[in-house]
Design a protein. Sequence first.
Length: 331
Amino acid sequence: MRSVSSTETKKAKELCFLCGEADSYQTGITGIKVDGRSYDILFCKKCKIGRTDPFLDEKKIKGIYSSAVYRDDDSTRFFSPVEKILTLFRTGRRKRVERYSSAGRILDIGCGRADFLALMAARGWLATGLELDKRVLNQGKGSKGIDLRIGGLEDVKFPEAHFNVITFWHVFEHLRNPLWALKECSRILKQGGLLVVAVPNARSFQARIAGGRWFHLDPPYHLYHYSDDNLRRLLENAGFDVVSVNHLSFEFNPYGCLQSFFNLCGFRPNLFYDFMRSRVSGVKRLNLYASLGIMFLLMPVALPASLIFSLIEAAMRSGGTIEAYAIKKPE
Ligand SMILES: [Zn+2]
């Protein structure tokens, strides 16, 4: 892959790192406004992988995830009923992992408060977590028996063939060098070890309908934008056999529909999400309550419609987010 930092200043004509297509990343969704800056999502014309432009450099990435700017910052909890639902979702993740692997060593990359790893450790897994955000990691420090480390995969040199399972729960799309990360995962996974990669699906129905207002697009934090086909191709290039790609996620897909629908209605983007996380700022009170009032009135229709839409998307293999399960191939 050529230097990506050059795209900070200009749309460089370059080969696609995944399929090798020349002059890729020239067209896509343009002019997405976030915090006063404008971003484009440009797609490879051949393999359809998307890339955010401008592309964040390494220094900026590390700064953002340890600052209050990042809206997915895990240090604030949701309201308590929402937290209960989140526990259910984490249990679902545990069950899906255990479908493919018996207990052993697990590494969760971008582990946040390590709530998922705490569940795994309670089931006898030897859990290790990597997290860039120190504030978040400190909250997970109380979790007994979990080896928590600050940093990314490039900061820690794990031994070869060490883990039975490695998971990326909605973290992989934030990586600057995904192919390198997968090859490093292959190095530190045992033979036959399991890799789980959950990412938004840029070719989903909700993504195609909502365009630049799609909730899961999230520039500038999401650097690459994947789909079922190109994620499979990437995993296979890095030495994995993809055993399944799941398109049905109750954790992410109905909410992606609902929030994208509100964004399309013209409300301030992701206002409802920010309100749920108690993180609304820069909106006049009257405006906020009026917007929320209309959203709650729309809810009896919008919520079931989002659920049904997610089921249809999943049945058509076009889910809003996808979860790939892949096994390390014999060398
Ligand atoms: Zn390509």
